[in-house]
Design a protein. Structure first.
Length: 380
């Protein structure tokens, strides 16, 4: 054998030895690091195989009672599989462990709250959220769920307190929402014959949203129930100033109380003042027109409606009242003309066909939509 051949053979033997060493080492690592049931369980969870995941995690907790994460995951799997009772049993067993960290307790309480919600047990779910929040007062997710549950249970005061805390943390709580909660609390007091306490809540609601009409309306209603019509009128007039766009919701209330007070003529002043400050409120023109017509001032009533149409040219509401007044006055020709104008505004000159798939509009039925290319979407 020549020297070059000897060297070549030596290189081959060295390479073979290296491959053999690597192979042996890899087999040893595989033998020394077998796939654990816990890893198999997690893999099954990721693969969506709940039955296998439950089987493997049960093996884990049987062999290692200290694996809190395995207990949590196992309980959640039972919950997702519809076995809420078993999920609660597993998760509750963790509460009494002394070796849980605060973070682990929070996850246990969160899991139990979800379990109870699936069972429809809102009181216990709330109890779990309270325990969770006692450990982490800034948990926004828990606060959001707590607010939802308290609203469902009509516990308005507690819901307001929780919503306030959530707002401080930057949660999705608008001032209007806080105002609504205060209004609901006020209504609950009024239903319980505690009118003064109810009015206090309505006043608080206005502090959160000055333009929200509900507290004004119910505040005035409370005064009416106590025979304090003057105070009711004052509150409703205040509402008109705060929210001219929705002022019409107090018109009937105002007319009733002012009539009982013998001050019905004041309603004209209220309507005219509202029209001057907010000419877009067609309801104010309509209400003033009806008032004048009842009083016998039909000419003034028509003038008010025409002024209203000048500021709100698309209003069908005012046109309808014009038809009614002209008809009542015997001016059928004028009433018919306005009625035709209304029909022209609300109806197309010819029938239209709309594609149920993309909304394309055609003047004749089509069986192939030119926009979305769908077949038979224009139903005759």
């Amino acid at each position: 054998m020549t020297f070059p051949e000897f060297l070549f053979l030596l290189v081959i033997l060295i390479i073979a030895a290296i491959f053999a060493y690597v192979y042996v080492q890899r087999r040893e690592r595989t033998r020394s690091s077998p796939v654990t049931p816990y890893a198999e369980g997690l893999r099954a969870v990721l693969d969506g195989d709940k039955m296998k995941a439950i089987q493997k995690l049960r093996e884990v907790v049987s062999a290692d009672t200290g694996n809190v994460d395995a207990y949590l995951r196992l309980g959640t799997l039972f919950s997702e599989s519809g076995d809420a009772l078993r999920a609660v049993k597993i998760h509750r067993s963790l509460i009494f462990r002394a070796d849980l960290s605060s973070a682990q307790k929070i996850e246990v309480y969160r899991a139990l709250a979800d379990d109870y919600l699936k069972q429809g047990d809102a009181p216990r779910a709330l109890e779990m959220f309270e325990l969770l929040l006692s450990l982490n007062k800034k948990d926004r997710r828990a606060l959001e769920r707590k607010v939802e549950l308290l609203v469902q249970r009509r516990e308005w005061s507690a819901a307001f307190e929780a919503a306030q805390r959530l707002a401080v943390l930057g949660g999705p709580v608008a001032p209007r929402f806080l105002a609504v909660l205060k209004v609901q609390e006020g209504l609950a007091f009024c239903e319980g014959k505690k009118e003064r306490d109810g009015r206090i809540q309505f006043r608080e609601a206005i502090k959160y949203d000055n333009s929200f009409i509900a507290p004004y309306l119910f505040w005035g209603d409370s005064y009416v129930r106590e025979g304090r019509a003057e105070d009711a009128v004052r509150i409703w007039r205040r509402m008109i100033s705060a929210n001219a766009a929705q002022a019409h919701l107090a018109f009937e209330r105002l007319e009733t109380q002012l009539f009982d007070l013998g001050r019905f003529s004041e309603i004209e002043q209220i309507y005219r003042a509202l029209i001057r400050s907010y000419p877009q409120n067609v309801h104010a023109y309509a209400a003033l027109s009806r008032f004048l017509d009842k009083r016998g001032d039909r000419g003034d009533a028509l003038a008010v409606l025409m002024d209203g149409l000048h500021h709100n040219p698309d209003s069908l509401w005012l046109r309808r009242l014009l038809v009614q007044i002209h008809s009542d006055a015997g001016d059928d020709r004028r009433a018919v003309d306005i009625a035709r104008d209304i029909l022209t505004r609300v109806m197309k000159a010819q029938y239209e066909f709309t594609c149920s798939s993309c909304g394309y509009v055609a003047t004749e039925p089509l069986w192939l939509c030119p926009r979305c290319q769908k077949l038979d979407t224009f139903h005759v």
